[in-house]
Design a protein around this ligand. Structure first.
Ligand code: FAD
Length: 809
């Protein structure tokens, strides 16, 4: 073994092998893979090898497409066959809702250049003549689907990596990982210790155990998974002989099965409702090339429907049952990237679809390690999207839910119940008693909307307008006509203190730091000048700042802050979590309300737009900022959690004569769309520049140097490639939501980043990026919503208060 490496990859499954290959491709030659047994000795060897491009997250879809295209490349380099069978596939819908989902998925895929086709039941039968077409309402044909040989692919990656300079150490278990003060690692193996600058955890079934070696509890759980291999099926042989082709893949939502040809029979896999976790706490190290005991009873309910939908299956004998474990994160997407709090420690774990995603994960991680940036929009797979709240028990509940819903239709207004409530604020019970319907983000419950007394306080899931529509409209109107109250505790709050705080912030953020007692909005850029954050920053003292950003990005941002802290200890940054909670009041009567609960002078002259100061709310010490995300006059009030109920009760009492109405996130979204305001994670993401996003006025190129300044200067001079636009969309009963394609002159030119109904303006609105020339000269635009083309026009100014007098007045 070498004594020193640039990177050590732990795990020789499909994912570790792909990471190793991509590191060599990126130019790192001094890299090695450590495998405790032989390659493929985790979940890889018994996989069904299926691959497809469709995914609920379009960015993950793009990486799946990359993975499939990569097989030709590694076959050529290695001379090793991947056993690729690109048969195409058909996804079958047996209900109108499932068909709606296929229409939506097809539309989303268009932006990724995935050419799928909707088919009738008869056409589906012609593609896949093992179904009973009477059981279905339609399907979606995807030409880029098929399967590979799991072992062949892993070997092809490994051989290609070796050709690129990598070494592979088999029968070499990594037993411990010891950090050195300079951020590098000692890799303690059963064959001796190796020093490496970087470590990658691609431990698959043992990813948790490898994480524990460095004190990290990763939210990963393995589930048992079964597929059957049938004896020869005469209809399959007849199809092969008459067409000269293999059967294609099929996926049946109703039967909860996926299926493809294997030999002269078929492979039938299920994601059963009563899925079973495997080794929920610790994975035994002596588990190797072995299968688990099959349990046909568990999958019988799925098979019974499957046998109706695929009549020849009911007549076929079963040749073999394969039951093996593989891992999932709570939301089913991989865990990739650097782990907060550890230097040079990287994850490539929880890859549940290794043969669709392994290539994309390898490329992402290699980019990140060698360039400092993943190169794509990968928040959906970033290991930082889960905080410490994602415990073993939470992960267990969510993974089981996710597994059992693998073939469920995901509705845009659907909130999943498992593992909840987990994190709540003191107001949870108050809001619940008022009929709040809750959503969950970063483990925290927050009101989406409020049901009236006697009304059903839950969403009826749908792709179209649903039972919340009128209530959200009333909440939005209450803000515009009087005053509303919204809980802001879910935002991330940070304190930044120390003698170096001001200089550090002005190097980190694109805008200048504010004067004491004032707030400023500021994007944060990476060195490529792309948006990696947007914050409101208040100066609260000589050496102290209070900063507010996106809640779900708290860990993602802390990882960045900590990586950029000066070594001299002159700056301390702390995520305040729920040690600081908040309330927003908004609407033309919000000033009167605030004045009614404080002795401080909050008149327009004394407390101006973007002022920020400490004041007492009734008897409670609070920090108050005059800021608006609704586009109306508004205030954010921050306090310690033990005071929140007192402040809330005071406001509700003083606000009663003003018509104070609590509102939820859906009304807030409706109000911000009316004002064409973007939001982090939707409009603001690491693939867009500040000028493209319309945030150029918050970039101060004249101040000191800051991260991303050179790239921002270039973007400003060149104008950027795209523009964020707000569009009015003419719809029937479904509003734009997210990811719908935007059409121009018969081609898809962009996708909706967020959309909905602006209730007060009574207009459907979509935000999205368009190529600059299209945005400047749009002609006819359409947004495709649930299969329907809806005319759209760019809004030159916001629908509500374009001059901003309400907000600033
Ligand atoms: C029955 C079944 C069917 C499936 N069908 C499909 C399918 O059709 N399509 C699809 O895309 N996916 C499928 N999968 C999932 C697929 O198998 C996984 O996505 C994939 O195997 C994950 O690969 P991995 O490299 O992350 O993990 P693993 O394959 O588990 O590899 C991890 C490797 O790390 C090694 N290792 C761990 N810890 C250490 C250590 N400390 N030192 C040294 N080595 C270590 C292990 O020995 C192992 O070889 C299926 C899985 C199962 C069980």
């Amino acid at each position: 073994m070498k004594s020193h490496l640039q990177a050590a990859v732990i795990g020789g499954g499909i994912v570790g092998a792909s990471v190793l290959y991509h590191l060599t491709k990126a130019g790192w030659k001094d890299v090695a893979l450590f495998e405790r047994s032989e390659l493929t000795s985790g979940s890889t060897w018994h996989a069904a090898g299926g691959m497809h491009t469709l995914n609920g997250d379009p960015d993950v879809s793009a990486l799946q497409r990359y993975t499939i295209d990569l097989y030709r490349e590694i076959e050529e380099i290695s001379g090793q066959s991947c056993g690729v069978h690109l048969t195409g596939g058909v996804i079958l819908a047996d209900t109108p809702d499932r068909m709606d989902w296929l229409k939506t998925a097809r539309a989303i895929g268009r932006h990724m250049k995935l050419d799928t086709e909707l088919v009738t039941p008869q056409e589906a039968y012609e593609l896949f003549p093992l179904i009973d077409p009477a059981c279905f309402v339609g399907g979606l044909y995807d030409p880029v689907e098929g399967h590979v040989d799991p072992s062949g692919v892993t070997q092809a990656y490994a051989k290609s990596a070796r050709i690129g300079g990598a070494e592979i150490y088999l029968q070499t278990k990594v037993e411990d990982l010891q950090p050195r003060p300079d951020g590098s690692w000692d890799i303690v193996t059963e064959r001796g210790t190796v020093h490496a600058e970087h470590v990658v955890n691609a431990g698959g079934l043992w990813a948790r155990e490898v994480g524990r070696m460095v004190g990290v509890e990763l939210p990963v759980l393995a589930m048992e998974h079964m597929y059957l291999l049938t004896d020869e099926i005469p209809e399959v042989t007849a199809f092969n002989e008459s067409t000269g082709r293999q059967m294609m893949h099929a996926l049946d939502f109703g039967g909860e099965i996926y299926t493809r040809q294997e030999g002269r029979g078929m492979l039938i896999g299920t994601y059963e409702r009563a899925g079973k976790p495997w080794s929920p706490k610790t994975t035994p190290w002596d588990f190797g090339h072995e299968l688990l005991q099959p349990d046909l009873d568990r999958i019988t309910p799925s098979l019974e429907i499957g046998f109706q939908h695929f009549p020849p299956y009911g007549r076929a004998g079963i040749r073999q049952i394969v039951n093996g474990p593989f891992t999932f994160a709570p939301d089913g997407n991989p865990l990739v990237g650097p782990v907060r709090g550890l230097k040079n420690f990287w994850c490539a774990c929880a890859v549940m679809a290794g043969f669709s995603q392994g290539g994309g994960v390898g490329l992402t991680l290699a980019n990140w390690m060698t360039e400092g940036d993943p190169g794509f929009d990968v928040f959906g797979m970033d290991v930082a999207r889960f905080g410490d709240w994602a415990t073993l028990a939470y992960t267990n509940a969510k993974v089981r839910e996710n597994y059992s819903r693998r073939f469920n239709v995901p509705f845009p207004n659907e909130e999943l119940p498992a593992g909840r409530p987990l994190r709540t604020t003191p107001l949870y019970d108050r809001f619940k008693a008022r009929g709040a319907v809750f959503g969950e983000a970063y483990g925290l419950e927050y009101p989406l909307w409020f049901a009236d007394e006697g009304e059903l306080a839950e969403d009826i899931v749908s792709f179209r307008r649903s039972n919340d529509f009128a209530n959200v409209g009333r909440e939005a109107a209450a803000v515009r006509n009087g005053v509303g109250l919204y809980e802001t505790s879910g935002f991330a709050k940070y304190s930044v203190t120390g003698p170096g705080a001001e200089l550090w912030l002005s190097r980190l953020l694109a805008n200048r730091t504010p004067r004491e007692g004032r707030l400023i909005l500021s994007p944060m850029l990476n060195p490529n000048g792309k948006l990696i954050g947007d914050f409101t920053l208040a100066k609260t003292g000589d050496e102290s700042f209070y900063m507010v950003g996106s809640g779900p990005a708290e860990k993602y941002h802390m990882r960045w802050f900590e990586a950029h802290l000066p070594a001299d200890g002159s700056v301390a940054v702390r995520a305040l979590g729920l040690d600081r909670v908040g309330l927003m009041i908004a609407g033309p009567a919000s000033r009167d309300l605030l004045q009614a609960v404080t002795d401080a002078d909050v008149s327009a002259e004394a407390f101006r737009f973007l002022d920020f100061r400490a004041m007492e709310i009734g008897p409670v010490p609070a920090l108050v900022g005059r800021i608006s995300y609704t586009g109306d006059l508004g205030y954010e009030i921050w306090m310690a959690p033990e005071y929140q109920i007192t402040v809330y009760d005071l406001l509700m009492e003083a606000g009663a004569p003003l018509g104070l109405t609590p509102f939820g996130l859906r009304a807030l979204d409706s109000l911000r769309l009316e004002k064409s305001f973007g939001a982090w994670a939707f409009e603001y993401r690491p693939v867009y520049g500040p000028y493209e996003a319309g945030l150029g006025r918050f970039v101060d190129l004249a101040k000191n140097d800051f991260i991303g300044r050179d790239a921002a200067l270039r973007e400003k001079a060149e104008g950027g490639e795209r523009r964020l636009v707000a569009m009015a969309v003419e719809v029937s009963d479904a509003d734009p939501f997210r990811d719908e394609p935007i059409w121009h002159d018969g081609a898809v030119v962009g996708r909706v980043t967020s959309g909905g109904y602006a209730h007060v303006a009574q207009q459907s609105v979509a935000l999205g990026y368009l190529p600059r020339d299209v945005a400047e000269n749009p002609g006819r635009l359409d947004v495709e919503i649930v299969g329907e083309h809806c005319a759209a026009r760019i809004l030159e100014e916001p629908l509500f208060d374009p001059a901003g007098t309400r907000m600033r007045g």
